[in-house]
Ligand binder design. Structure first.
Ligand code: NAD
Ligand code: MG
Length: 390
């Protein structure tokens, strides 16, 4: 038996960890994991070295200007090279692929995630933004076409694993944990002048730059509330957020009888990635083992919603639905990109998102085109607001 895998975004943090997990799974023996397709965006050197090592049938570079460079770097190796944004969708639909790992960052992965669902693939979803923007459409497409959606996001993987103890109708609460990020104990005043370097220094997780900034603003948790709402088809009123700075309890499910089931592990994405690949089996993994006696204690607290406005906004957007989540996500993507480029301050990120949401007239019962329109509108609105303040 073998599983044929495509990794969308193989050059990123999740993508590289996925390849480490595949190496480990193949060294354990049993089921064989074949890497059939890889994609990257700008790190053409890394993509080329992955192609030379894993010998996929297809390699795609979404930046068209880098196609020639990729061809040159892989030399005469026997790989089909694709280029441009649309190549992600082509890869996601390849007949020979059964499992698509979606590890692209942002809305850029939306078309490919939907295409894989429509093709009835197994999706190991790390790329949370498509679920936030179009969760309803995506879950519907998956159901209609027999696609299996397995969460890679550590909290959602924990919830998925905890749910094995009961059924969805027996769930009273889904409790998402958050480390609180690097500014957990700061006041709004103290956050006014934090630097890019400070915002990129996450206390417990090593991740790509966008999600690291999202963790510092707690927008990541806000997006994860919406992600959970769709993945587990849960009423928003059943979702809670709990601050847990040690990042050991990855999330919890409380059932109607009062039992609380949680999944624990060291903060290492290899574990949830592996579970999504090997599911429903469990096999020996590479994550460091948990030593609870060394940790001594685990702590929990309510989030400070006055300082982290993003959380309240996330719950509000989750309840509102329609185009609001597309606007929430796109405004965040644009604001984070501007912060990473040094154009705005850290505290401007959530202010810009809130401002953008307040100017949006929400449309309900929407199709994909309307969601994409709301996405573009939000990006433009954020850009214009920044320009008008300069
Ligand atoms: P990253 O920035 O390290 O990697 C992003 C990947 O996406 C790269 O392979 C890059 O080439 C590709 N990419 C970037 N822009 C693209 C575009 N416009 N078109 C096509 N491809 C593009 O990001 P990451 O930290 O690996 O995160 C990937 C996704 O997984 C995100 O949605 C993130 O929220 C989610 N996630 C990440 C972690 C983590 O530990 N890193 C944990 C949970 C969830
Ligand atoms: Mg997460």
């Amino acid at each position: 038996m073998s599983k044929n895998i495509a990794i969308l975004g193989s050059t990123g943090s999740i993508g590289q960890n996925t390849l480490r997990v595949i190496d480990s799974l193949n060294s354990v023996g049993g089921e064989r994991y074949e890497v059939l397709a890889l994609t990257g965006h700008s790190n053409v050197e890394l993509l080329a070295s992955q192609v030379l090592k894993y010998k996929p049938k297809v390699a795609a570079i979404t930046r068209v200007d880098l196609v020639d460079k990729l061809s040159e770097l892989v030399g005469d190796s026997d790989v089909e090279i694709l280029g441009g944004g649309g190549s992600l969708e082509t890869v996601a639909q390849l007949d020979s692929v059964d499992t698509v790992v979606t590890a692209v960052v942002g809305a850029a992965g939306l078309g490919a995630v939907l295409a894989a669902a429509k093709k009835g693939k197994r999706l190991a979803i790390a790329n949370k933004e498509p679920l936030v923007i179009a969760g309803e459409l995506l879950m519907k497409a998956a159901k209609e076409n027999g696609a299996e959606i397995l969460p890679v996001d550590s909290e959602h993987s924990a919830i998925f694993q905890s749910l094995a103890s009961g059924s969805l109708s027996e769930v009273e609460k889904i409790i998402l944990t958050t480390s609180g990020g690097p500014f957990r104990e700061k006041s709004l005043d103290e956050m006014a002048d934090v630097t890019l370097e400070e915002a990129l220094a996450h206390p417990t997780w090593e991740m790509g730059p966008k999600i690291t900034i999202d963790s510092a603003t707690m927008m990541n948790k806000a997006l994860e509330v919406i992600e959970a709402r769709w993945l587990f088809e849960t009423e928003v009123s059943k979702i809670e957020v709990l601050v847990h700075p040690e990042s050991i309890v990855h999330s919890l499910v409380e059932f109607v009888d009062g039992s609380v089931i949680a999944q624990l592990g060291t903060p290492d994405m290899c574990l949830p990635i592996q579970y999504a690949l090997s599911y429903p089996r469990r096999v020996k993994g590479i994550s460091h083992r948990l030593q609870l006696d060394e940790l001594g204690k685990l702590t929990f607290a309510k989030p400070n919603v006055e300082v982290f406005r993003s959380l309240e906004l996330g719950f509000e957007v989750a309840r509102t639905g329609g185009t609001s989540a597309a606007v929430f996500n796109a405004a965040n993507e644009q604001a984070v990109a501007e912060f990473l480029e040094g154009n705005i301050k850290f505290i401007d990120i959530v202010e810009l998102i809130e401002d953008c949401l307040s100017r949006h007239s929400v449309k309900r019962e929407v199709c994909l085109a309307e969601l994409l329109e709301a996405d573009s509108w939000a990006r433009e609105t954020v850009k214009e607001t920044i320009k008008s303040k300069k």
